[in-house]
Design a protein around this ligand. Structure first.
Ligand code: IPD
Ligand code: CA
Ligand code: CA
Length: 281
């Protein structure tokens, strides 16, 4: 399947329409905010409306491509599929913090052919295709190429991460990793959208991001953004990250920095008595 600039524009259009819809719904006031896996893992009527708009529009534009979205969560049995997070950062969205995104990847099995992350709060589109570089487009249409930064010491690195929804039920909740990096780095941010955390590594804002217990729709677009911007994306044990991996370290690709993040995670996790990271080896 060849993905041309016309496809890029179509998918950007879909992500933007979904973003417009959820912004409008937020302004009108949300009525149905409920817990999913537990009471801090939220879903709103806008998550459902966004996924359904994306599904209907993409089905019309690409009838042969199925869709794997977070809210319907039916894993595909076809090589080509859309991976969709209709709102990444739902807790932020429900509470009124603008750090939220619409995340869409086109997959050919494990390979991401197109990545679009639409930053809802800022009206910015991040997008990439393999071998074509990663770009950010502002609301006024101006574009620039994304490039990771070149920070190579942890002390100078601004980092980001996120905490899993099972944080109260398990000690394997990223607290040990956070405690390791907090005093050793310039800062650790946990803003609540994995999609935007990855976009910020790609844009050279942060030097690295790590997280576990994340899903393919959180990571697939951003992993391509980071790689196309010159960065590196691996698992916690340093293997190249693949769409089936639920833990990730994305960095600017500076070998010393990436190694320092992997080492910090290893040291922090060695202190855990319980290891529940149910991951492919
Ligand atoms: C969540 C966000 C958050 C991350 C969680 C994700 P959601 O996605 O990306 O930053 O820490 O692991 O589940 O639930 O807002 O779509
Ligand atoms: Ca998400
Ligand atoms: Ca979501």
């Amino acid at each position: 399947m060849h993905i041309g600039q016309q496809d890029v524009e179509m998918v950007i259009g879909v992500a933007r329409s979904a973003g417009d819809l959820v912004r409008r719904m937020r302004r009108r006031g949300l009525t149905a905010v409920r817990g999913k896996a537990n009471e801090i893992d939220l879903v709103t009527e806008a998550d459902l409306a966004s996924e359904s708009l994306i599904r209907q529009t993409l089905a019309r534009l690409y009838p042969s491509v199925v869709l794997w979205g977070e809210e319907s969560n039916e894993p595909p049995d076809a090589p080509y599929f859309w991976l969709v997070d209709p709102i990444d950062g739902t807790v932020n969205y429900a509470r009124g913090l603008g750090y939220t995104a619409v995340n869409i990847a086109l997959q050919e099995s494990d390979r991401t052919l197109l990545a679009v992350t639409y930053s809802i709060g800022e009206d910015l589109v991040y997008y990439a295709r393999p071998g074509e570089g990663a770009m950010v487009r502002e609301g006024n249409g101006q574009e620039r190429r994304l490039k990771v930064n070149n920070i190579n010491r942890l002390r100078n690195a601004l980092l980001s991460t996120g905490f899993p929804y099972h944080r109260a039920e398990s000690a394997d909740n990223n607290a040990a990793e956070f405690a390791y990096f907090m005093p050793r780095s310039t800062g650790v941010r946990a803003m609540g959208s994995a999609a935007l955390d990855l976009a910020h590594v790609a844009a050279g804002v942060t030097a690295a991001y790590w997280e576990a217990w994340v899903n393919p729709w959180d990571l697939a677009p951003g992993a391509l953004l980071v790689r196309e911007a010159g960065g590196q994306v691996t698992t916690y044990d340093g293997r190249e990250w693949n769409v089936g991996d639920n833990h990730v370290v994305a960095s600017n690709g500076q070998p010393a920095l990436h190694a320092a993040v992997l080492e910090g995670i290893r040291v922090a996790r060695a202190q855990l008595t319980e290891t529940r990271l149910a991951l492919p080896a």
